[in-house]
Design a protein around this ligand. Structure first.
Ligand code: BV8
Length: 225
């Protein structure tokens, strides 16, 4: 059975009430990326960055998975072959919707990281600058998310999955951020059929063999079922 590799972005969580980044009134219209999603921004003003992620962590904790998250979990349960979900999202709505083995390439709001010793643990609801690391005690802690200029997680596994994919779907992503935006080309080069499921054409729409545009809670269950 063909392996199915799925990449998701903020658009799959939009109907669960979590903001996207580049839509009108998106997150990046309120916070300059360089201030809140780069290591330099964190070094300059850790309180601003921790507050940015505390707000998003609180919102994500209240959000519920939607029909698109649940449809992907159904696909994983019902499809005889392997279904790998790679997400750029840092919320846990795929898992809440029943998905398993989700690869969070940009990290997770629910996790914290110590820059000094590399220890990772479940983030408290509210993180503050210079919170001590529970392992080494040093005040070098941060949200365990991948900022611009940092290397995404699980890249070796992701490239391997894309090289063996028979079907690649990108759901709810604008195709602006790399290396995720290049996954469709990687999958197509390996012979996979490629489909974009998004509210509107992404900047990489021309890379896809098939497109289905509409709200994720409509187009994803239709596509899965
Ligand atoms: C890296 C942090 C080196 C967590 C984020 C070329 C090659 C390699 C790198 C680069 C390159 N060119 C530039 C770079 C550098 C940079 C980059 O891509 N810059 C961009 C701006 C040009 N990339 C990096 O720095 C990355 N690191 O490259 O390291 C490397 C390279 C290869 C291999 C190893 C190492 C690190 C990038 C990670 C940055 N961190 N976030 C957080 O705060 O969340 S990125 C941020 O954007 C979020 O993580 C988000 O997930 C991500 C992508 O955005 P989308 O999810 O697509 O969201 P967006 O709002 O843009 O779009 C939403 C879409 O949904 C829209 O299309 C909309 O129409 C649709 N939609 C809306 N509502 C619905 C809907 N669809 C369906 N239904 C709906 N209801």
């Amino acid at each position: 059975m063909d392996k199915i590799v799925i990449l998701t972005g903020a658009g799959i969580s939009a109907e669960s009430g979590l903001g996207t980044f580049r839509d009108k009134d998106g997150i990046w219209t309120r916070y300059p990326i360089e201030d809140v999603a780069t290591p330099e921004g964190f070094a300059r003003n850790p309180a601003l960055v921790q507050d940015f992620y505390n707000q998003r962590r609180a919102q994500a904790a209240k959000a519920q998975p939607n029909a698109a998250h649940r449809a992907l979990a159904r696909l994983q349960a019902d499809y005889a072959g392997e279904v790998v979900i790679v997400t750029q999202n840092v919320d846990a709505l795929h898992e809440a919707g029943g998905a398993r083995g989700v690869l969070h390439m940009h990290g997770e709001l629910a996790r914290a990281l110590c820059n000094a010793c590399g220890h990772r643990w479940d983030a408290p609801e509210v993180m503050a600058p210079a919170d001590p690391c529970p392992a080494c005690g040093r005040p070098e802690t941060r949200p365990d998310v991948v900022w611009f200029g940092e290397i995404p997680y699980h890249m070796d596994d992701i490239w391997t999955h894309l090289g063996g994919a028979g079907l690649f779907a990108a759901i709810g992503t604008s195709g602006n951020v790399y290396p995720a935006a290049a996954f469709v080309q990687e999958a197509a080069a390996a012979g996979a059929h490629t489909v974009e499921l998004n509210l509107e054409p992404s900047v990489t729409v021309s890379d896809f063999a098939e497109t289905r545009h509409g709200a994720a809670t409509e187009v994803v269950p239709d596509w899965v079922d």
